[in-house]
Write a protein that binds this ligand. Sequence first.
Ligand SMILES: Cc1cc2nc3c(=O)[nH]c(=O)nc-3n(C[C@H](O)[C@H](O)[C@H](O)COP(=O)(O)OP(=O)(O)OC[C@H]3O[C@@H](n4cnc5c(N)ncnc54)[C@H](O)[C@@H]3O)c2cc1C
Length: 382
Amino acid sequence: MNRRNFFEKAVPASFALGAIASSCAPKTQLKYPDKHFYIGQGYHQIPKPRLSMDRIVKETVGLRPFRASGPRLDVEQLGNKTIVHNYGHGGSGWSLSWGTGNMARNNVLKTGEKKIALLGCGTVGIATARLLQESGCEVTIYTKDVPPNVTSNLATGTWSPASRVCDKTVAKPEFQKIWEEATRFSFRRFQFLLGMNDIACWAEEYGVFKDAPVYIPGAGGEDFEIEGLLPERVALSPKEHPFRDANVTRRTNMMFNIPTYLRHHLQDFTMFGGKVKIQEIKKLEDIDALPEKVVVNCMGLGAKPVFNDQELTPVSGQLSCLIPQSDINYKLYTQGANFISRKDGIYIGSNGIVGNWDTTPSREQTEKTVGILMKLIENMRG
Ligand SMILES: Cc1cc2nc3c(=O)[nH]c(=O)nc-3n(C[C@H](O)[C@H](O)[C@H](O)COP(=O)(O)OP(=O)(O)OC[C@H]3O[C@@H](n4cnc5c(N)ncnc54)[C@H](O)[C@@H]3O)c2cc1C
């Protein structure tokens, strides 16, 4: 395998990456030229983030709702209620929200009902609610919490449709087709969100490694990929980047500015007549008591006790947030740490501990990741 092909396949476990372009990706001459990244010309687009522990203003631990077989998207009849499930997206919920939301919408429309109850107000619930409204449904969201008090608010916010989306050894072969349909739908939808106060945007993503990274299936990298969806990941020569490490790649990927994104869509939801009721669903009887006949379940990890879902497991992830820096507009991942620069901060993270329900942030984890990145940034040329 040549150096270039190796880069294309090698994905670090520590970072939720988007789909990797394959060796059949566009020909070299069609790719965007890198000339303006040449450091020799005294100009490059990789300014340094200000990294220090005293600039950390927030540490969070979120629980990814992971199901080994993939998100639950089936329809269940409970008494006189039709339950349309849409939960368990692992580390891909932001990316897949519109795609699986569209599948849930199609299942709802088959019932012919127009008054719909939707459980949950995270990124999956809000996207699904908006799609239902676009199809003429009257939607009421019933939810324990609203943003910022939802898992979706604790995510990195990168396009990573196959990150911890399933365990490939458990998921049925047909899941890949479902995933692909959802991914394509979401990807297209996100393109229509560009330019709206940067709630979704494109940014450069650098991989910086001393030794070429090794791909570990199911450990946070991407298990599936769609050829040609994202621009190709390219290996940079030392002239094209300011890092000291030998293995550096660049790719352009999508990212989501989480707080403004959620607010934007929630405002749209209410603008189109949607209602939000704060109500915890503790048992199936609580669902039975709702006035609507069709209920869409977007409760994420909260679906576990209510629907006795043994498969649903938390995969915790810590993020440590630095004061935002408007000059930093890229993402970077390296061995053991990564960061993404959003409007609301530079988010450093994120680890993944399977089965961990503890949401207490670890200072040690922050110190470790900040330390790794400080060393890398201090060594940058220029
Ligand atoms: C550290 C970290 C980084 C991540 N990074 C990314 C990323 O870069 N890209 C990406 O695509 N994904 C990422 N994810 C995954 C993504 O955040 C999740 O898949 C997504 O947030 C799940 O959304 P959701 O709407 O299903 O769940 P949630 O956001 O948890 O929403 C569930 C909703 O249901 C409500 N609810 C729960 N229980 C009940 C109940 N009993 N009664 C009533 N309401 C209830 C909650 O209050 C909430 O409103 C990351 C996750 C973590 C933790």
